[in-house]
Design a protein around this ligand. Structure first.
Ligand code: GLV
Length: 309
């Protein structure tokens, strides 16, 4: 059976080339170029159109090209006979750690302030934080979150981790449950979101959450835009409960030009680039899943449609 690549906001070209090389006898097409849609058995997806399953009626596997699958859980109509798998790649976890570390260190050492001071020729030294004085809270301890939390701890940061269910990680104080959330967050200088986006974590970062934060905490969202109540973030920044925010992900991507986040001084922005699946390191598991689904074998990194991760 054939493979279709259905991406929005992302180029398919490197994946098209890589999959054609790895599976030379299989038809691999971009959405829109498929010669016979009834022959498509696998779709490699990144925010595909919602009626994907109507276009490809014989689909057996929807393979997310990312670690997240929130973009695949509300397809219409969702059929239980179609399986969903995601990427689990140590390179992706490492990328997420490196990006989050860069954000935290830049903030600790006031680099964005010095960048804007340069524009106004303002010589203004400010006090800085040291690693051993800083507490980081990592919210979400799945594969990527656990790696993130442990890597920060290895560097000498004090790290609090929070997950839905109890976890244990070396050098990380792990919390769960409502009271655990407050304990994880109330002492943290930096809060990093890497929760899965599900119906129970949608809007997780709201006024009630920000009220539990330490005064002057800095919020980093590398999870999903849907986790954040955008207006509540602006309120928390205006009241100075939060000292700033770094956002890599948004409810609507690309972030619309008229969105208030662009102009807001205390918010830094990047275009969903914290950890982007690499076609070199993640190709093998996708090719392997193609073979597995064709042979009715258990998939790698299959996702529970009910749990949403
Ligand atoms: C990136 O956001 C991913 O889901 O891998």
């Amino acid at each position: 059976m054939d493979i279709v690549i259905c991406f929005s906001n992302k180029s398919e070209d490197s994946w098209l080339k890589a999959l054609r090389q790895a599976l030379p006898n299989i038809g691999v097409y971009k959405d829109g170029d498929v010669p016979d849609s009834s022959k498509v058995g696998v779709a490699l997806c990144w925010y595909p159109q919602k009626d994907l399953l109507l276009d490809y009626p014989n689909l057996k596997l929807i393979q997310s090209v990312g670690a997240g699958v929130d973009h695949l859980l509300d397809l219409d109509p969702m059929s239980l006979s179609v399986k969903i798998a995601r990427i689990v790649d140590p390179a992706l976890s490492r990328d997420m750690f490196e990006f989050s570390l860069a954000v935290v260190l830049a903030q600790m050492k006031n680099l964005s302030t010095y960048l804007s001071d340069k524009g106004t020729k303002n010589w203004n030294p400010i006090g800085y934080q040291r690693i051993n004085e800083v507490t980081v809270a990592v919210l979400g301890l799945g594969k990527i979150g656990s790696e993130l939390a442990s890597s920060f701890a290895e560097l000498g940061f004090k790290v609090n981790g929070f997950a839905n269910s109890p976890k244990q990680l070396n050098k990380v104080s792990c919390f769960s449950g409502e009271e655990g959330l407050e304990r994880a967050v109330s002492t943290a200088d930096y809060i990093i979101n890497i929760l899965p986006l599900t119906t129970s974590t949608e809007g997780f970062y709201n006024t009630a959450f920000f009220d539990t934060c330490k005064h002057g905490a800095f919020f980093i969202n590398v999870g999903r835009g849907g986790h954040l109540m955008e207006h509540d973030l602006l309120k928390a920044l205006e009241s100075e409960k939060l000292s700033g925010a770094y956002l890599d992900v948004f409810r609507k991507e690309p972030l619309p030009k008229e969105h208030p986040f662009w102009a807001y001084q205390g918010i830094q922005i990047s275009p969903h680039v914290a950890a982007v699946t690499n076609s070199k390191t993640a190709l093998t598991q996708i090719v392997d899943n193609y073979r597995r689904i064709m042979n009715n074998e258990a998939l790698l990194n299959e996702v529970s449609v009910v749990k949403g991760y």
